[in-house]
Design a protein around this ligand. Sequence first.
Ligand SMILES: NC(=O)c1ccc[n+]([C@@H]2O[C@H](COP(=O)([O-])OP(=O)(O)OC[C@H]3O[C@@H](n4cnc5c(N)ncnc54)[C@H](OP(=O)(O)O)[C@@H]3O)[C@@H](O)[C@H]2O)c1
Ligand SMILES: *[C@@H]1O[C@H](CO)[C@@H](O)[C@H](O)[C@H]1NC(C)=O
Length: 293
Amino acid sequence: MGRLQKILIPSLGLVLAFWFYSARDTFKPEMLRGKRVIVTGASTGIGEQMAYHLARMGSHILVTARTEAKLQNVVRRCLELGAASARFVSGTMEDTAFAQRVVREAQTSLGGLDMLILNHVGASYFGFFDGDVEHVRKLLEINFLSYVAMTTSALPMLKESEGSIVVVSSMAGKVGFPFTVPYSATKFALDGFFSSLRQEFAIQSINVSITLCILGFIDTESAVRAVSHVIPDTPAPKEECALEIIRAGALRHRQLHYPARAVGTMLLIHSIAPELFESIVRGSYRLENVRRT
Ligand SMILES: NC(=O)c1ccc[n+]([C@@H]2O[C@H](COP(=O)([O-])OP(=O)(O)OC[C@H]3O[C@@H](n4cnc5c(N)ncnc54)[C@H](OP(=O)(O)O)[C@@H]3O)[C@@H](O)[C@H]2O)c1
Ligand SMILES: *[C@@H]1O[C@H](CO)[C@@H](O)[C@H](O)[C@H]1NC(C)=O
């Protein structure tokens, strides 16, 4: 199996890389100039980096998360970097009323919305499923239901602007990985909701794009803290990841794979030989370091 892995992975990677680079249309940062964008989960991590890229591109930015002090700093930095405007709303996405309030804020202070970037995630654990059903419910509210609520509230504005919805998901939202059972469930739910909604938009000629972002391991503080003792891979940079997400949204792509080659290759192997894929995954973890419950 080791040899198969050595031959299969690089050759699949080459094919995918060629397809990926030849099929891409061109992105220009000016595409985001003057655009009104909401970024959720923007107090830290990939969301924070997306806010800074959008600022450099001259967008009107509305960021949200729970921690007001961090959001104040993000807004200040966005203004320094050249944002057309920057503001924040703080609160928790456990509450759908709050999710709707963030969208209303875009209506009142920006007069509309061009791009809705849904990126926040609630804290979970990395380890064997502990049977805590309430945790699954709470995580579904934060990671899934609030995405549905924001999308629903923002749809009239997005239809008017022929705008875009960008949903940040994960490899764990496409295939089963161990140790992220509740998280994975919430990310799979996003795929179901947004892929189905995209079909209805096409039938109804609603020109609002939906971009689902399938991310691998990214070097944000929270991810590195949670998994680096178990996963030997080097994480990809959050700055580049953030830029790729914005680019895919602006180009109205249906799906983003980042890092492209690693994620594309894994999804391809999984679709051809799921059991082989699953055993490669299990074999790549440092199981002795996993928390047991
Ligand atoms: N990093 C990775 O390796 C990786 C891999 C695959 C997918 N992803 C996806 O990429 C996205 C960003 O990940 P990240 O690593 O940048 O995450 P992160 O650094 O942990 O940031 C999460 C953000 O969500 C906010 N948040 C947490 N709980 C919240 C709540 N209850 N209500 C509102 N906001 C809340 C946090 O701010 P407050 O604490 O201030 O609320 C923070 O701004 C997520 O969708 C994640 O699933 C990441
Ligand atoms: C959909 O909206 C985009 C962005 O405004 C535009 O470029 C594209 O031509 C529109 N497509 C249709 C079919 O109207």
